[in-house]
Design a protein around this ligand. Structure first.
Ligand code: DC
Length: 226
């Protein structure tokens, strides 16, 4: 089998990883893999069973009952299938964001998901986004980007996004949740959010989406000629 190309995009919550990764994948004709969605699916499953994301024994007891499939529709959009059910929309709440952050700290969860993520990258060229893609999941990725922005800018973008969708949004509350998630994701013992040594940092605080895409395309062109 021909060797595949992997582009790893890591960074904190709300840095714009999914928007950017999806756009780059589309331009290159690669698969876009949103790994946060997989952790969210685990959190959603345990939540339905009434298991707290902090209850490591409960999570361990029921994780084998969960089958996750990643599917792509004709537009290349990733769908999360939980025991045969498409839960792609259900996993997008603030509540599940926090629970996914807590549940992702457990070794039992990370171990199960590791092979799933590596298998996709072995079979396809991918742009994969997450927290530990360049450090743990795909340490040999040909391109590694660390996408970041100040917590204030990320909270402002999220607030504007919710308001544009006609939903209620409180900037202070969103900022607090982002800071809490940053702390949890970067202070856990296993595979914490951190920049890989060979990663290129892109701070998007003062950049438009098009500028970020152009900057990353230039890095990809330099590293893999794609
Ligand atoms: O990217 P996201 O906001 O959808 O991710 C939800 C949570 O999942 C995030 O707070 C931490 C966890 N996560 C992780 O631990 N490792 C990844 N590669 C991706 C997400």
């Amino acid at each position: 089998m021909a060797k595949t190309v992997s582009i790893a995009i890591d960074g904190p919550a709300g840095a714009g990883k999914s928007t950017i990764a999806r756009a780059i994948a589309k331009e290159l004709g690669y698969y876009y893999v949103d790994t946060g969605a997989i952790y969210r699916t685990v959190a959603y499953f345990m939540d339905l069973l009434g298991i707290s994301p902090k209850d490591v024994d409960g999570v361990e007891r029921y994780i084998d009952e969960l089958t996750i499939n990643i599917e792509y529709d004709d537009e290349g959009v990733q769908h999360m299938i939980m025991n045969g059910m498409d839960v792609s929309n259900d996993i997008r709440t603030q509540d599940i964001s926090q629970k996914a952050s807590l549940i992702s700290a457990h070794a039992v969860v990370r171990d199960v998901l590791l092979d799933m993520q590596r298998d996709v990258a072995k079979a396809h060229n991918v742009v994969m986004d997450g927290r530990d893609i360049g450090t743990v999941v795909l340490p040999k990725a040909q391109v590694k980007i660390f996408l970041t922005a100040s917590a204030e800018v990320r909270a402002k973008r999220r607030t504007d996004e919710l308001i544009a969708k006609g939903q209620k949004a409180n900037y202070e509350q969103i900022l607090k949740e982002i800071q809490q998630r940053d702390y949890q994701d970067s202070h856990r013992a296993i595979a914490p959010l951190k920049m890989a040594k060979d990663s290129v940092k892109v701070d998007t605080s003062d950049m438009t989406i098009d500028e970020v895409i152009a900057a990353i395309r230039a890095i990809v062109a330099e590293k893999v000629g794609a």
